[in-house]
Design a protein around this ligand. Structure first.
Ligand SMILES: [Zn+2]
Length: 523
């Protein structure tokens, strides 16, 4: 008599176990399967991501391109809507990308787990945002546990030249979707010689940095500094992790502590310059690549989830601020203070904040502590600023620079017929050096002049009022710290021939608008 009741109950239990239990257990990364003794290699990553994608309607996968050694670089697109992207969904797009540096694998391992969790909709992030997740930017470096890619280039210093296929790929994806928020995930080496010699090491489990180039919207910088970074930190500290806003430099000898570089050739500023909430995450790493891999991966995953929670909480403000800031880039310049562009800048002390409290591990007492460190130079100030012009003119229609700008998807036009326009040019006077951000920089001394110039038909006109409107002067002004003619990531393209002492710089500033009827789009 009992058997008849008993039997269906068993079947129900078995069914429930099958549906809920088995798929999660089946889909694990190599790191999880090996108890974090081994890293997930590229082939395993591809297989894992194909399974994540095949098992959910929330996610699709596409190839961003391939690495130097022809390994696929996949991107996952998560949305709850039928279509993807801010314009259609009215939700911010968040792009997370990991492992530009091949020997910093914990972000990738965390991203793989995050992909599974987003698919399972355990987090409700997709109600507030669409997400592009790129677990591995540098598969070639990763396979060899090396920082650089297979061309021996540091990908996180090559976002201006965009010669490397890996960085060119991320800029294509960025410009296609224009994410309002980006997160570039790294690891920092906590144990360095000068710190150990002084008896302590850096001890923040996670550091989060925002944009610092002063040309980026002040609203984005203020919201980042005052609302977003502290909120991510509070969540991580509540979860048992130590946290600090990302600090570089050292408190020893002639050193100083500051926030990380203002240069636009990294994965944060190069996207931030489009008025994006762009961030860098730095997890703590020491020893070899698998040392404490479980803890590192857990910390990175906790940080990414805290980050997404903070974005979700502020999704409306993020959308409003980026919309407004990006509209500013599309305005024709009119000599407003807003139309200044700062082409040289550096960090300076702030008398109200001479020191910074930072979590360290004391090697003498063998205990963690919060140490008050000096000297601290937290203020970025412009050193040289100029008015924005109406655009730039390539009088000779230079193919090399057109190719560079097209990799940045810059909007360019060709003149249909010869015209006369007011321009500003530069004559190159001298080369000197100057000191900026702990580097000897080449200083191009260029004297401006104004003239009315006859431009030949087919001359290339690059208007300033476009999404890359802040990027263009930084790249093209000869005395910019970020210029292709001096900036080291541009050197492989060899634009140094553009600056010859005594000669005129071959890129002119356009000083008045050109009738749009005289222009043909270049593409
Ligand atoms: Zn890195």
């Amino acid at each position: 008599m009992n058997k008849q009741v008993y039997f269906p109950v068993l079947i129900i239990i078995a069914t429930v176990t099958f549906v809920i239990g088995i798929p999660a257990a089946e889909l694990q990364t190599t790191a999880e399967i090996t108890g974090f003794q081994e890293l997930t290699r590229h082939g395993e990553l591809m297989e894992y991501l194909r399974e994540v994608t095949a098992s959910s309607k929330l996610v699709s996968m596409s190839s961003m391109g391939t690495s130097v050694e022809d390994r696929d670089i996949p991107a996952l697109f998560f949305t709850r809507d039928r279509t993807f992207g801010t314009k259609r969904t009215q939700k911010p797009v968040v792009m997370i990308f990991c492992q530009q540096h091949g020997n910093e694998p914990s972000g990738k391992e965390a991203a793989l787990i995050l992909a599974r969790e987003l698919r399972d909709a355990q987090k409700h992030f997709l109600q507030s945002m669409d997400i592009i997740l790129i677990p591995q930017m540098n598969p070639d470096g990763s396979e060899k546990d090396e920082r650089r890619n297979a061309n021996d280039e540091d990908l996180n210093r090559s976002h201006v030249a965009l010669i490397e296929p890996e960085t060119a790929a991320i800029h294509r994806v960025f410009r296609e979707w224009m994410p309002e928020v980006t997160l570039d995930v790294h690891e920092y080496n906590a144990i360095t010689e000068s710190w150990v010699d002084s008896g302590y090491v850096k001890d923040a489990d996670e550091q989060l940095g925002g944009v610092t180039n002063v040309n980026i919207s002040t609203e984005i910088m203020a919201f980042t500094r005052e609302r977003m970074i502290p909120a991510v930190g509070a969540k991580l500290e509540a979860a048992g992790y130590t946290f600090h806003r990302y600090i570089v430099g050292s408190p020893f000898e002639d050193g100083r502590l500051r926030y990380s570089t203002t240069a636009i050739n990294d994965g944060r500023q190069s996207l931030g310059i489009y008025n994006t909430f762009a961030f860098i995450l730095e997890g703590k790493r020491y020893g070899d690549v698998t040392n404490r891999l479980r803890r590192r991966t857990e910390a990175q995953l906790a940080a990414m989830i805290a980050f997404l929670e903070v974005v979700a909480e502020h999704q409306k403000s993020i959308l409003e601020i980026t919309r407004e800031a990006r509209e500013q880039l599309l305005r024709v310049p009119s000599m407003d203070p807003e139309d200044m562009i700062h082409i040289q800048m550096d960090y300076f002390p702030d008398s109200t904040r001479p020191s910074v409290k930072f979590p360290i591990f004391n090697l003498h007492t063998w205990r963690p502590e919060i140490r008050d460190l000096t000297p601290f130079e937290p203020l970025v100030m412009p050193k040289k600023s100029i008015w924005k012009s109406h655009g730039y003119i390539l009088a000779g229609g230079d193919e090399k620079i057109v190719n560079l700008l097209s990799r940045h998807m810059v909007i360019m036009f060709k003149l249909k017929q010869p015209i006369e326009v007011k321009v500003e040019g530069y004559r190159i006077v001298n080369f000197t050096t100057r000191h900026e951000e702990e580097m000897e920089m080449e200083n191009v001394d260029a004297h401006p002049f104004t003239e009315t110039k006859t431009l030949a038909a087919e001359s290339i006109i690059i208007p300033i009022n476009q999404p890359a409107g802040n990027l263009l002067p930084l790249m093209l002004e000869p005395h910019s710290s970020f210029s292709i003619v001096t900036e080291y990531s541009g050197r492989r393209d060899n634009f140094s021939e553009y600056v010859r002492v005594g000669e005129v710089y071959p890129i002119y500033r356009l000083m008045e608008p050109v009738d749009p009827n005289l222009l043909d789009p270049l593409w």
